[in-house]
Design a protein around this ligand. Structure first.
Ligand code: ARG
Length: 466
């Protein structure tokens, strides 16, 4: 067989081509190595599409039956790892159609693509793949992560720790309040993800190459058959819209941003200097040189992968930017970063869930890290309750902190009554009652605060989202 014949024989688009393709071009052009993972969606799309053709009498009932049986065989081959990819199987669409021809004969398989283009086909497969992945994996896994955090938050509600701003000890908070803060971020992430999953669930099928379907296929029927909740209303958009890919990548970038901060907090808390938490062995590794080391690799990878996920988004947006209307091959560049992103996010959620479910906390160290200067605001509030303007009490409290420091006292609570009164005559004996961390935390009982009732209310509200 001459090379010209090979082209005519085996390439979907071979008809008008006479020359051979540079072998490297074949490799450069092929996406089968990474788009084969959409085999199920591709077969399902063809199954429903051919039903649509049959409704138009472009296929007989018998032909449809043969197609259906052939598609089932191909699906079994893929799932049992026995599907053989051959030369010229450029992408998953080409491979499945080629195989269908081998099984049921080209006489029938040659009709399958009537009115369809790989442009609406690949857009359909991608949307189905994303919908399935998000709704079957990422969303339920994310809900599990949030539930695991909530569960810990309830169990360890009595543990106090320092809260930080600028990574400096600021005010005492509940450990559960810290936990709840990340559950809150993740619950917002979940809401955004559910919204975008709904938004992407629209059908491009039946849009043809770009201009629409020449035989008047029932696009609503196709959409319904594939469980889409709507039809994309413009055929040019149907074949070339990859905003859903960008949205997933943006979502993933923001989510990983949250994960990286969560990881960073825990990395800091797990140092000997802090000693607040200890990672389970399952999520740490040792050093090849230093026998004493226990490294928080899981957390470092969570933090590190956030960079890669952002890079995937930035890279693909650059590919998409400025390409002219409808399908251009640049769009094939959506798959590798998208699949990498979905898998990395899936694994990151599972690892984060494992870490937080098995983490050991050292509550006595958290408590030891609470220092009396962290009650300086409470000291200011004490005078506010006596009618002194806050700006003034802030200054007075600062003087108390400075005096205790100058006298090298262990804390402001060690100032004597005389010393307090010397700074401000409105101090009375009951000032010493404020030097109580539990009480300080319990004072902050407005919505969103760190009092037990407020934290439990947060956790209860979060529970309704998962
Ligand atoms: N493999 C291609 C992709 O992923 C399928 C669409 C090909 N369409 C075309 N007109 N060449 O984008």
């Amino acid at each position: 067989m001459s090379s010209e014949e090979v082209n005519k024989e085996n390439k979907l688009w071979g008809g008008r081509f006479t020359g051979t393709t540079d072998p490297l071009m074949n490799l450069y052009n092929a996406s089968i190595s990474y788009d084969a993972k959409m085999y199920k969606e591709d077969l399902e799309g063809t199954r429903v599409y051919t039903q649509g053709l049959q409704k138009l009498n472009l296929l007989s009932a018998k032909e449809l039956e043969a197609i259906d049986a052939g598609l089932t065989i191909i699906e079994q081959e893929w799932s049992s790892n026995s599907f053989k990819i051959v030369e010229n199987d450029e992408d998953i669409h080409t491979a499945n159609e080629r195989r269908l021809g081998e099984i049921i004969g080209k006489e029938i398989s040659g009709k399958v693509h009537t009115g369809r283009s790989r442009n609406d086909q690949v857009a359909t497969d991608m949307r189905l793949y994303c919908y399935n992945n998000l709704s079957q994996k990422i969303i339920p896994f994310l809900k599990n992560l949030i539930s695991a955090i909530i569960h810990r938050g309830e169990e360890e509600i009595d543990v106090l720790m320092p809260g930080y701003t600028h990574l400096q000890r600021a005010q005492p908070i509940r450990w559960s309040h810290w936990l709840s803060s990340y559950a809150t971020y993740f619950a917002e992430d979940l809401e955004r993800l559910e919204q975008l999953t709904h938004r992407l669930n629209k059908s491009p099928l039946g849009a043809g190459a770009l201009a629409g379907h020449p035989y008047g296929i029932d696009r609503e029927f196709l959409a319904k058959g594939l469980n889409f909740n709507d039809v994309i209303g413009n055929s040019l958009v149907a074949v070339s819209d990859r905003d859903f890919v960008v949205e997933i990548m943006f979502w993933s970038s923001l989510f990983m941003n949250h994960i990286s901060r969560f990881a960073e907090d825990l990395i800091i808390y797990s140092t000997a200097e802090f000693g607040f938490v200890q990672l389970a062995d399952a999520y740490s590794t040792g050093s090849s040189l230093m026998p004493q080391k226990k490294n928080p690799d899981s957390l470092e990878l969570l933090r590190g992968k956030s960079g890669r996920i952002f890079g995937n988004m930035a890279g693909f947006m650059m590919s998409l930017k400025g390409i002219p209307s409808t399908y251009n091959k640049d769009m094939q560049e959506d798959k590798e970063p998208l699949f990498d992103t979905l898998l990395s996010v899936e694994h990151s959620i599972l690892i984060a869930t494992g870490v937080i479910s098995t983490l050991f906390i050292k509550s006595e160290n958290m408590h030891k890290a609470l220092t009396m200067d962290m009650l300086a605001t409470d000291l200011a509030d004490y005078l506010v309750k006596k009618g002194v303007p806050f700006r003034e009490t802030h200054h007075i409290s600062g003087e108390c902190v400075a005096l205790a420091e100058n006298l090298k006292l262990s804390g402001i609570d060690k100032l004597s009554m005389d010393q307090f009164v010397k700074i401000d005559s409105r101090f009375t004996q009951d000032v010493f009652e404020i030097f109580n961390f539990e009480q300080s935390v319990e004072h902050r009982d407005a919505i969103g605060g760190t009092a037990k009732s407020a934290v439990l209310a947060q956790l209860n509200k979060l529970k309704t989202k998962v």
